[in-house]
Ligand binder design. Structure first.
Ligand code: NAP
Length: 298
C-alpha cells in the first residue's frame, strides 16, 4: 500500500491486518518517523498470523519509486498479491518535483502509475504461484475527478496547464491528477481485459474532512473541516473510508476489472474520464512522462 501510516489507508490497513489471514502488509512511506509511528499504531490490530512493516517510498521522485519497486521485486520472488494505491496530497502552492512535474500530479498520479507498471510482473507472478484468486490493484481515487462536484475549481486537465504554470490552484491541480488517474485506470483495465492474473479497480472513499489531506490548507479551513464539515450528511468517517477501500480489494469487487466504487456501491466514473480520445491522449502523456513511451493503450 502506498501511504497507510495515517488516514484512510491506515484504517484499511487495520481492517486487512485484523481480518485477513497470513498477510504481509508493506506500507510505502516517505517519512521514516511517521511510517514507524504508523506501524506502531497498527500493531494492536494485527491478528491471524499477519505482519506489517514500512519501506521507503517518496512518490515525489521517480527514482524513489523505481528503488521501491526493485526492493519489493527482489524481496518477494513469488510476487505480491495486491497493490493499493492510496497515497495522495493536496499542495496549495505550486511546486515542481525533482523530475520537474507539478507536485500534485506526480505524487497523486504519475508515480503511482509508474509503480503499477513496475509491479505488474510481480502481481502476475503471484497469480502463477497461487492461481486460486487473481491479483488485484486498487486505485484510491476521488469523486472530485468529476466536474460539477464539490466547491471550487477543477478538474482543469489541459496540456497547456498540466504543469500548473497558469493561475495555479492546488485543489484544481489535485482534481486534475485524480481525473488523469481514473482515465489511466480504465487504460490499465483494458490492457488486463483478457488476462486472468490481475484485475484493477478504483474506489472513491467518500468525503472525509477529518484526515490529514488538508494539511497544506489554511488554519481556518482545517478547523472548519474538522469541526463543521465533518458533521454534515455528505461526510463519512475515516473508518468508513477505510472500509470502502477494503471492500474494493475483497469479495465480489476483487474479481471485477475496471469497476469504480463509491459510498453508493458500483458506479460510473465521469463522462470525461470515459472519453476514449482523452483517455488515449492522457495515457500517452503519462507514459512519456514516466519514461515508458513504448507502452501503448490497447
Ligand atoms: N479525505 C477525503 O475526503 C478523501 C476523499 C476522496 C478521496 N480521498 C483519497 O484517499 C486517499 C487517502 O487520503 P487521506 O484522506 O487518508 O489523506 P492523508 O491522511 O493525508 O493520507 C495520505 C497518505 O499519503 C501519503 N503521502 C503523501 N505524499 C506522499 C509522498 N510523496 N510519498 C509517499 N506517500 C505520500 C501520506 O504520508 P505522510 O503521512 O508522510 O504525509 C499519507 O500516508 C488519497 O488518495 C485521497 O486522494 C480522500
Amino acid at each position: 500500500m502506498t501511504g497507510g501510516n495515517v488516514g484512510i489507508g491506515f484504517e484499511c490497513a487495520k481492517r486487512i491486518l485484523g481480518s485477513l489471514d497470513n498477510v504481509h502488509l508493506i506500507l510505502g512511506c516517505r517519512n521514516e518517523q511517521r511510517a514507524e509511528q504508523g506501524v506502531k499504531n497498527l500493531l494492536p490490530f494485527v491478528a491471524n498470523n499477519n505482519t506489517v512493516e514500512h519501506r521507503p517510498l517518496d512518490l515525489a521522485s521517480f527514482k524513489s519509486v523505481r528503488l521501491f519497486a526493485d526492493n519489493i521485486i527482489s524481496s518477494f520472488p513469488l510476487g505480491i498479491h495486491t497493490l493499493i494505491l492510496n497515497a495522495a496530497l493536496v499542495v496549495q502552492t505550486r511546486q515542481l518535483t525533482e523530475d520537474n512535474y507539478e507536485m500534485n500530479m506526480q505524487v497523486t498520479h504519475l508515480s503511482q502509475f509508474l509503480l503499477t507498471q513496475l509491479l505488474l510482473p510481480s502481481l502476475r507472478a503471484s497469480y502463477k504461484a497461487c492461481p486460486d484468486e487473481a491479483s488485484c490493484i486498487v486505485f484510491v481515487t476521488s469523486a472530485l475527478h468529476m466536474a460539477g462536484i464539490g466547491h471550487g475549481r477543477g478538474p482543469e486537465l489541459t496540456i497547456e496547464n498540466v504543469d500548473g504554470s497558469v493561475d495555479f490552484d492546488g485543489m484544481a491541480a489535485y482534481r486534475s491528477a485524480k481525473l488523469c488517474q481514473v482515465m489511466c485506470m480504465h487504460g490499465i483495465a483494458a490492457s488486463l481485459k483478457d488476462d486472468d492474473a490481475v484485475n484493477v479497480n478504483a474506489v472513491s472513499p467518500g468525503f472525509i474532512p477529518t484526515t490529514d489531506l488538508k494539511r497544506d490548507s489554511g488554519f481556518a479551513l482545517r478547523i472548519l473541516m474538522n469541526t463543521v464539515l465533518s458533521r454534515i450528511g455528505a461526510a463519512s468517517t475515516v473508518e468508513e473510508g477505510g472500509e470502502r477501500v477494503f471492500a474494493a480489494m475483497t469479495g465480489e469487487a476483487r474479481i471485477k476489472n475496471g469497476a469504480y466504487y463509491t459510498r453508493d456501491g458500483e458506479s460510473e466514473t465521469s463522462e470525461e474520464s470515459r472519453d476514449p480520445v482523452k483517455q488515449k491522449f492522457w495515457w500517452d502523456w503519462t507514459c512519456r512522462s514516466v519514461g515508458l513511451e513504448s507502452l501503448s493503450l490497447p
